[in-house]
Design a protein around this ligand. Structure first.
Ligand code: AHR
Length: 456
């Protein structure tokens, strides 16, 4: 394959938030993940120091919280102040003692030096409960909720910039799901209240690559939104945990830009591509395993719906396939960095995350090392480049008897404006064959860093 780089053609700057992450109150992402008061590995605030250090190493720029489906029946007021009220989480059917709430989340982001991004309950919540949350976080002292924050020991406003109205409210699995007409009106009214509290916030709303949903949403509320949110999981393991094999994943890795391209096209058609950015604010190759939860028939015993969630913890699930897919996804984000400003790996910790946490330590899964390379080495500016004469390979499509051709190599070139260094992400999808790539258009000393395994 030949890769011609035009180092003079700087296409656009990428937002570092494309290397963002997501944490939900699901299984052990929060409790027993980032937050474990009483653990000898935790600091005085109850945060696992080893987990914090690992997240800081990959420069996590933004964390979306508290869900995900969890948020669609979450009431934030139960999880602030001295008297936390334990809730029954109707999404995941477990008790949450609410010891981790808004103040703890803001503290977590402070320790990591990352932006907090809060997802609002547009499922069972009211538009006023949403705007009250913005008051609590962002007003200096005016009104009941800012005063409540001060009484809880936090004098200065949190200045939370990123807020999402809802999570997947289009989905039958979501609590308080809405049709597209109801949704567009709800987003407009929520946005009105929220921006009357703090006009500095940047709002997004739950969306997907569906014309009807997005046309109604953007027609009615587009001028009040800075972002539109979409999600992607390619290996749907919600009910049956049979992970796609390496070659099936390689087929999936050729589709990391499909939904994005459709939403991008719609924003362009509606002349919103300059004012509304895409937040890919939940993505992962692997869907989370939680059987009998997103279904009409709910699990009746813990064996049916609760204990199987531990299968997400099987570290050997996450192989070079996950690493190659994740690198292909991040290459796609760089190629589309003019319209994608944020992406959040779902999740950061435990479940299908980059880091597995157990009482005595952590495991950095294959995907962790991909974030380590991209966040620390790739430049901030995407350069024009084009590939030719590349080989392709035939890959099976999971769940069908079809096969499809996938390029063996996926490449993106970047420039670090300050240092002038060019960094190229070259991904070899082939399970065993080396690929020769002749890179032209650049010169000088070259150093290569390779992430590989002794088997797929
Ligand atoms: O499987 C986990 C769920 O995936 C998240 O809670 C939701 O946002 C998405 O459907």
């Amino acid at each position: 394959m030949r890769l011609k780089i035009d180092a003079q053609r700087k296409l656009f700057k990428r937002d570092i938030m494309i290397y963002g992450h997501f944490l939900e109150h699901f299984h052990r992402q929060i409790y027993g993940g980032v937050f474990e008061p009483g653990s000898p590995l935790s600091d005085d605030d109850g945060f696992r120091v080893d987990v914090m250090d690992a997240l800081k190493k990959i420069r996590v720029p933004v964390i979306r919280w508290p869900g995900g489906c969890f948020v669609s029946s979450y009431h934030w007021k139960k999880a602030v102040g001295a008297n936390r009220v334990a809730s029954f989480d109707k999404s995941w059917r477990v008790e949450d003692d609410n010891s981790f709430g808004t103040d703890e989340f803001i503290k977590l982001c402070g320790k990591l030096g990352c932006e907090p991004y809060i997802c609002l309950n547009a499922g069972t919540g009211s538009i006023e409960e949403m705007s009250d949350w913005v008051e609590y976080c962002n007003l200096d002292h005016e009104g009941e909720f800012a005063k409540w924050r001060i009484a809880n020991g936090h004098r200065k406003p949190y200045e939370v910039k990123y807020w999402s109205i809802g999570n997947e409210n289009y989905g039958a699995w979501e609590l308080g799901a809405k049709d597209s007409d109801t949704w567009s009106r709800l987003v407009e009214e929520s946005a009105k209240l929220i921006t009357h509290v703090d006009p500095n916030v940047e709002l997004t709303a739950a969306a997907l690559d569906d014309i009807d949903w997005n046309v109604k949403l953007l027609t009615r509320a587009g001028e009040r939104l800075k972002w539109i949110s979409i999600h992607g999981y390619w290996d749907g393991l919600w009910n049956v945990d049979e992970p796609a094999d390496y070659m099936q994943v390689m087929a999936m890795s050729g589709h990391t830009g499909d939904a994005l391209g459709r939403v991008r096209g719609l924003l362009k058609a509606m002349n919103l591509d300059k004012s509304v950015k895409i937040a890919y604010d939940e993505w992962n190759l692997r869907g989370w395993h939680h059987p009998a939860a997103h279904t009409v028939e709910q699990g009746k015993t813990p064996e049916e719906y609760l204990y199987p969630r531990d299968r997400n913890d099987i570290n050997s699930t996450y192989t070079m396939a996950d690493a190659v897919f994740t690198a292909c996804f991040l290459n796609t984000m760089l190629r589309n960095a003019d319209v994608v400003g944020m992406a959040n790996f779902a999740p950061a910790v435990n479940t299908r995350g980059a880091i597995y946490v157990y009482p005595e330590g952590i495991v950095k899964r294959t995907t962790y090392h991909v974030f380590d390379m991209f966040a620390n080495m790739m430049g901030d500016t995407v350069l024009d480049s084009w590939a030719s004469n590349g080989e392709s390979m035939i890959c099976p499509v999971k769940g069908s008897d079809r096969f499809e051709a996938t390029d063996c190599v996926d490449a993106v070139a970047t420039l670090d404006i300050d240092s002038g260094k060019i960094c190229v992400s070259l991904i070899n999808r082939h399970p065993e064959k080396e690929q020769q790539v002749i890179v032209t258009g650049v010169s000088g000393k070259c150093r290569s860093y390779t992430l590989c395994g002794n088997s797929p």
